[in-house]
Design a protein around this ligand. Structure first.
Ligand code: HEC
Ligand code: HEC
Length: 385
């Protein structure tokens, strides 16, 4: 992986810091249901029409420039993709839909928004128990906010995947506030952000996206039924996300009622402790710690949610990697402090997992992980986590 250090941020002409912005804004496409329990509920009955989400376009503008010449490089400016609202990258353009995950990648706590675009004639296939299948020409986007608490709503980066020629193509854009547009990231950038005095932010170039996306180069990492089976807030109502997407025409079929009820736990919600811990590990670690993931082949550690505790190669299993070897078991039942997995998540240096982090640890999760491991008596798996 090639990294180039810059001493100043691309976005030097920053506006003064906005007042401490809440993490859940109340815009029309706030998809985080937390704290909105008093809102009316809609889109639960698949038979009753609901219209909280935009419909797909017959010929969406989003990504048209890519589909016109699938072998050409991505445009230099994000705006040329026509996927996000002009001047507000947190809002989708017409023909683009927002979606939300049960267990997203934490990424140092930054605000993120996720969108996709397909044509009305070729909806997404929500295959069961696997990543969803996106049609040729689909575009998926992830918008990242600035990590500084005071400037949380300032966009920092937009990452784009487009399904072209039967494969996914990747591109990152760094948000240039002076231009109010994203600028294509051609080489990996490691940038010290203003308002930040410690770990620099890594803007991956297209070459580095497969570090995490590689195990499933033809698949998405997020969208699948268990990830999207949840209640989200749109247009002032709480809606069943899968029913709303299907009603609006984005899905080729509606996942069954049983699938819709079996969504993965929100790691910060109110599901039982073990379910929340396993869900967080799935969302933050399993894209590498799984068969075929980006980790040394002799490390068998498997952090996928549906792998039973005694098959994760973690519980009472000694660390065997070059860096952690000799430091004890990955998970020591009843002894969180003595568990390498805990030590590595809370480390502030290069020992830290996940490896690209460095600024902020998800402390609420760490507390849960410690409680879960301290409460384990042995490595006997409980019923499905
Ligand atoms: C450190 C690991 C990592 C790297 C590097 C990475 N991604 Fe991702 N990405 C993820 C994970 C995990 C998800 C799914 C969870 C989520 O959306 O929070 C994801 C989701 C996405 C999505 C939504 C579709 C999907 O597959 O879920 C897009 C688009 C995306 N990434 C683009 C990119 C691009 C473009 C790059 C390179 C510029 C990149 N990513 C680099 C881990 C990574
Ligand atoms: C981008 C890929 C990637 C992600 C994401 C990732 N890891 Fe790792 N992990 C690695 C690699 C590569 C190694 C081996 C090198 C090392 O030990 O640092 C490793 C090693 C480890 C080890 C040491 C295993 C041993 O036997 O020595 C532990 C424990 C670990 N990771 C836990 C985690 C946890 C927990 C998460 C999620 C918070 C996570 N990792 C996320 C790539 C990743």
């Amino acid at each position: 992986m090639r990294r180039r250090a810059l001493s100043l941020w691309l976005i030097t002409a920053c506006a003064p810091a906005a007042p401490d912005a809440p993490r859940d804004s109340d815009d029309a496409h706030d998809t985080d249901a937390v704290g909105h329990t008093d809102l009316p509920v809609a889109c639960v009955d698949p038979e009753a029409p609901c219209d909280v989400l935009p419909a797909p376009a017959d010929d969406p503008a989003c990504g048209a420039v890519l589909r016109a010449d699938p072998d050409a490089p991505f445009p230099e400016r994000l705006s040329a993709l026509a996927c996000l609202a002009a001047g507000d990258p947190w809002m989708p353009a017409e023909g683009v839909v927002p979606y939300d995950l049960a267990t997203p990648l934490f990424s140092e706590g930054v605000r993120k928004a996720r969108f996709w675009s397909t044509s009305a004639a070729a909806p997404v296939d929500p295959v069961p128990d696997a990543p969803w299948v996106f049609p040729e020409g689909a575009v998926v986007l992830k918008v990242f906010g600035h990590p500084g608490a005071a400037v949380h709503d300032r966009p920092l980066e937009v990452r784009v995947m487009a399904r072209l020629g039967g494969a996914w193509r990747f591109q990152g854009y760094a948000w240039d506030e002076a231009l109010a547009d994203g600028v294509r990231v051609d080489d990996d950038l490691l940038v010290t952000l203003p308002d930040e005095d410690d770990a620099p932010w890594w803007f991956p170039s297209a070459r580095s996206c497969p570090v995490c996306h590689r195990a499933e180069a033809l698949e998405v990492l997020g969208p699948r039924t268990a990830q999207l089976a949840r209640t989200v807030v749109h247009e002032g109502v709480r809606a069943d996300q899968l029913v709303a997407l299907w009603q609006a025409g984005w899905l080729a079929s509606l996942p069954s009622a049983a699938e819709r009820a079996a969504g993965w736990a929100d790691p910060h919600g109110d599901a039982p402790l073990e379910q929340r811990v396993r869900s967080w590990l799935q969302g933050n670690c399993a894209h590498c710690h799984r068969p075929g993931g980006f980790r040394p082949p002799d490390l068998q550690l498997d952090l996928r949610l549906d792998v039973p505790l005694d098959e994760m190669a973690a519980c009472d299993v000694q660390a065997r990697g070059r860096i952690a070897r000799g430091r004890g078991p990955l998970i020591a039942p009843g002894d969180a402090a003595g568990s390498v997995i805990v030590q590595r998540i809370q480390a502030a240096d290069a020992y830290r997992m996940p490896p690209d982090g460095g600024r902020e640890v998800d402390q609420a999760f760490l507390d849960d992980l410690v409680r879960w491991i301290d409460g384990l008596e042995d490595c006997t798996p409980t019923a499905a986590p």
